[in-house]
Design a protein around this ligand. Structure first.
Ligand SMILES: NC(=O)c1ccc[n+]([C@@H]2O[C@H](COP(=O)([O-])OP(=O)(O)OC[C@H]3O[C@@H](n4cnc5c(N)ncnc54)[C@H](O)[C@@H]3O)[C@@H](O)[C@H]2O)c1
Ligand SMILES: [Zn+2]
Ligand SMILES: [Zn+2]
Length: 368
């Protein structure tokens, strides 16, 4: 069949809308009609080359849709099911899945080629194979996806909101709750209030943080953060440090969570300075490929037992966290509709990413 998709052909090139051929699903695969896709910053890292991948590639990894057809040997899913795609595939059997660390599933190695797990491609055009971002490729009307990437959800949930729980929401929430281990009474700083960071704010507030300090140079982001759980806002790391010093009486923050678009040494240094003895810095945002962004005094790391860690998918298990986020949404304890600033058509994808980089969106969403 044919499908329209937004693709990247090389580093530094804009998104291009093109018609591709799509193969039918093979064993263990499903054909999905995507309804909505969030515009996460990670797709822009493909454009800039900050994330290394094979080109050409169909973009998009934060999507929800409806199954049209299942391939052989799929018994967990059926046509008509409403689904969210996990941006990380989960095999369930590798050493990491078996230990309950399925965000680190060995299938993640495919995120360079972005082929399906059997090593082949379903999207083709002009004699070339197209990869699909995070094995899902949600900037396409249709895609064939491994069942390892697909989480069934209830039919009555709005798919535009549900799309966001494929990446930004559990990533941000888990950065605070899982990786950061926020506890009632904590002081938590969040650097970068985009589609990921706003959910670190929501997660920290839900976990009972007494002070949630949102840091972003864009005033509009800070307004949204204040509505969704931030107790304090700051335009830069220096202003955040003053607030931390004041509200903790000089002790320091329990957590400093880095969710900015392109991570810098400067912010990591500020975050490390902001935490208390035994506090935790979590780095969830990505820095440029190969850039050395960490230069810290190990003296302080050792004597103050400060901790610094990375987090992928917020340190949680996708097949557990995605339904959990939707349950929280249903219970009114997690806001999703409020995260969508602007809706775009597929052919407006370049405009959507310009708006993201200009600070106009908490999250832009492509509605197919
Ligand atoms: N680790 C993971 O599992 C994972 C998953 C998804 C996304 N990411 C990464 O997380 C990062 C954030 O993604 P997003 O979609 O929320 O991006 P976004 O562009 O929507 O938001 C980034 C925010 O950072 C702010 N910012 C820029 N410079 C800043 C600074 N010096 N101090 C504070 N804030 C600053 C921007 O104004 C913007 O609001 C990206 O690097 C993305 O690739 C990681
Ligand atoms: Zn993402
Ligand atoms: Zn696995």
């Amino acid at each position: 069949m044919k499908t329209r998709a937004a693709v990247l052909r090389d580093i530094g090139k804009d998104w291009e809308i093109t018609e591709l051929d799509l193969d039918p699903p093979r064993a263990g695969e499903v054909l999905i009609r995507y309804v909505a896709s969030g515009m996460c910053h990670s797709d822009d890292h493909l454009r800039t080359g900050d994330i290394p991948v094979r080109y050409p590639i169909v973009g998009g990894h934060e999507g929800a849709g409806i199954i049209e057809e299942t391939g052989p040997a799929v018994d967990r899913l059926k046509a008509g099911d409403h689904v969210v795609c996990s941006f990380l595939p989960v095999c369930g059997h590798c050493r990491f899945c078996a230990r309950g660390m399925s965000n680190l599933c060995d299938l993640g190695a495919l995120l360079i080629s972005n082929s399906l797990p059997d090593g082949t491609f379903r999207f083709h055009g002009d004699g070339e194979d197209y990869g699909q971002m995070c094995l899902v490729g949600t900037f396409s009307q249709y895609a064939v996806v491994s069942e390892h990437s697909v989480v069934k959800i209830d039919d009555d949930l709005p798919l535009e909101a549900a799309a966001l729980v494929g990446c930004g929401v559990p990533t941000g929430w888990g950065t605070a709750v899982n990786a950061g281990g926020v506890r009632p009474g904590d002081t938590t700083v969040v650097y970068g209030i985009g589609g990921v960071g706003i959910n670190a704010v929501q997660g920290a507030a839900a976990a009972g943080a007494r002070h949630v300090i949102a840091v972003d140079p864009v005033a509009f982001k800070l307004e949204v953060a204040a509505r969704l759980g931030a107790t304090h806002t700051a335009g830069d790391a220096e202003a955040a440090q003053e607030i931390v010093t004041e509200v903790t009486r000089g002790v320091g923050a329990d957590q400093a969570l880095i969710t900015m678009g392109v991570v810098t040494e400067e912010t990591i240094t500020s975050a490390f300075a902001a935490i208390r003895k035994g506090g935790t810095v979590v780095i969830t945002g990505l820095g440029g490929l190969g850039k050395k962004t960490i230069q810290l005094p190990s003296f302080e790391l050792t004597l103050f037992e400060k901790q610094l860690k990375g987090a992928l998918f917020g340190g949680g298990n996708p097949f557990e966290e995605i339904p959990r986020m939707l349950d929280l949404y249903r219970a009114g304890k997690l806001k999703l509709d409020e995260l969508i600033t602007t809706r775009y058509r597929l052919d407006e994808v370049n405009q959507g990413y310009r708006d993201m980089l200009d600070g106009r969106n908490v999250r832009g969403v492509i509605v197919h």
